[in-house]
Structure formats: structure tokens, C-alpha cells
Design a binder for this molecule. Sequence first.
Ligand SMILES: *Cc1c(COP(=O)(O)O)cnc(C)c1O
Length: 397
Amino acid sequence: MTTHAGTTVSTAHDQPLLDLTQHEIQALRTEFNLADAHTHQRQSAAQHEIVGRLPELWYEAEEGLQATYEQRFTEAFFRLHRQPTALARNKTLLSYAASISTMVVAMYLKQRRAAVTLVEPCFDNLHDVLSNMGVPLYPVEESALHDPDRIYTELKRRVRTDALFLVDPNNPTGFTLMRHGRKGLEEVVRFCKDHHKLLVIDFCFASFTLYDPELARFDVYELLEESGVSYLAIEDTGKTWPVQDAKAAMLTASEDIKEDIYNLHTSVLLNVSPFVLNMLTQYVENSRKDGLASVRDVLDTNRAAVREALRGTILDYQEPVAKTSVAWARITHPELTATELQRELRAEGVYVLPGRYFYWSQPGRGEPYVRMALAREPEMFAGAMQRLRKVLDRYGR
Ligand SMILES: *Cc1c(COP(=O)(O)O)cnc(C)c1O
């Protein structure tokens, strides 16, 4: 989990950190924190107005029915995401954080004694939640999904478990199955349906693809529902809007398993704060009006800054398919590892994440990579890029 008070982890510099979240907690004490992918930028003008109305939203939420705020939020969210089928089916379960939805997924897998094949690389929190809940995990390389014409055969060859867990767009690489329209996801669904696999998809980064003309997001839930595949889909708000982690996540299940999921979900929580839902609805509606401009502009500015800062250095910016809120870069220096570079940058006040944690089954494969978070105030980010460049210049080109 990335929401953490930070009290249990030693601050000693030589303490080996067990996961990315422990890195992120250290980064919260660092001058230039580019570690966690949470939203640390300031409010846009329109968002600032929402903050000005918080007392009003608070009292409104006190008066109304919980169901009203749940309905309004879910409708606003799926309308922004252009998911009419999810909206019409009206069976999405809300929780406080994507990790809670993932825990419910893990509880279900555990209950069914199902093992899961999880994409690699990916954000280590997913692996850790599943593994700590006792679910056996096997990796499938993201590259197995890159060519839609080969997805079916690649998955058939590689997936031996009852469930397949994908992240789309992927964190950290930004790869998405939507690159070639419907075909990528269609092929994944066809494989899962033919071979009776439960398909789990984490869509926490999906908002970043909504207004990308190259990645027109279609009605994903229509495809899932009409195929008859068993599926679980996780959606999130936490990485999109700058709301100080007052977030909500969503879990939607196919008809065949919806009852079981509901029963697990109610063992974990009753409801998300109606105030938080009421507030988030304003952010979502605002993004529908401005085409997510306030979210994208900050990321575009910082993405341009990171590209510029890395130009001609030993760090190679990896052009993503989907422009998410993180940048992934490859070290081209033959002797330098990400672990070393991360240490060196940290000593200069810039905290990036070393790639090895994203390669949860083979950490060594992540050693050429670092991840940098882009959801930051551009002024601070520009300072971080200057400092980063200074360190990279020690290595020449
Ligand atoms: C951050 C993240 C999560 C977890 O979200 P929390 O709000 O920390 O629970 C899950 N999936 C992806 C892809 C993420 O980036």
C-alpha cells in the first residue's frame, strides 16, 4: 500500500528497503520526491474553486442519502471514461483505495484456491498484496501482449494458472492493449474465455488514455460482458486528481461471480465517505468539461522537461504507448545499475525508484531502469530535472 504514516520504517540510509512503498516513504522526506505516483501538484483554477466549496459539499453530504452520492459519483466517473455498459449494469462496488479492491480480488482467488499469472514488470504493490494474501503467483512478460496477432498463442503457451492479472495501461511502462483499437483486449478475452481463465484488469491509469487520439478508449465493459468471460475490473481516482489521497476505487465483476465478490466486499467495508464521493464527483465533472486538460497539462509539461533533461545523457527516456503519470527510463551506461544511480541521486536530494522492484519475479532484469513520477508541481519538477542532469553529466554520454 502506498498510503502509510511512515512510522515503521527506519530512516537509516543503509537499511535495505523491502518494497517500493518503503522507498516512497523515504522519498516523502526528500527535497525532490519523484518516487510515488500519487498526485502532488497544486490545484488548477477550476479545482481551486472546488476546494472553496468544500464546506458546502460537506454539509450537503451530511444531509443526503449515501446511495445518492454513490450513484452520482459512479455515473460521473463512467461518463468521463465513456463506459456506458458499466454505467447501465450498475453493479460496481466502491472502496477507499485500489489496494482494497485488489485485496478483495485476492480474497476471492484465495477462496477459490486459484493461482494467478501477473504481468511483469508491474507496480510491486499488486504482487505483494496477492502474495501476502497467500495467492500463488507466476509472471507473464508484458511483451507477450505487444502484438495483437500473437497474444492468443503467447498466452496459450505461457498461462498455466486459473487467473490472468493485467494492468492497463501498465505502471511503469505505459503499455496498453488499446494501442490497436479493440483487437488486443479482444484477443486476451478470447483466450480467457476459451480456456476458462478469470481475467483481472487493473485500470487505475486508464484516465491518461481518454483524450489521446491514438488510443480511443472504447466500451470495454461491453466487450467484457458480451464475451461471457469471467472478469474483475478495478478502476481508480487516486492517480488522476490532486485530492490529497481522498480517493475512491471501483470493482466490477462479471455476472457469474458477482455474488461471491459482493459477499467478500461487504466483509471488508460498508461504504466510502459520502463527503469524499461528493467532492470527487466535482473533480470528475470538471475534467469532463475541460477534457481532462488540468490533469494532462501538468503531466505534459513535466514529460517535456524529463525528455529535455535526459537528452544526450546515459538515461534513455522510454517512449510509452500511453502517456501516463510516470516516466520510465533506461540506463545505457554499461557499468551503472539503477540501484547505484538511485543512491547517487538520493544523496543529491532527488528520489527516483529503481527498476528492480517492478520486476517482481526477476529483480535483476529491472536494474537498467528507473521510474520518475510526473504528477508534481512543474516548478519543483524543473528543479529536480536540473539536479538530475547534474548527476547524469558525471557519466558523460
Ligand atoms: C497506485 C496504484 C494502485 C494502488 O492504488 P492505492 O490508491 O495506493 O491503493 C493500483 N494499481 C495501479 C496501477 C497503481 O498505479
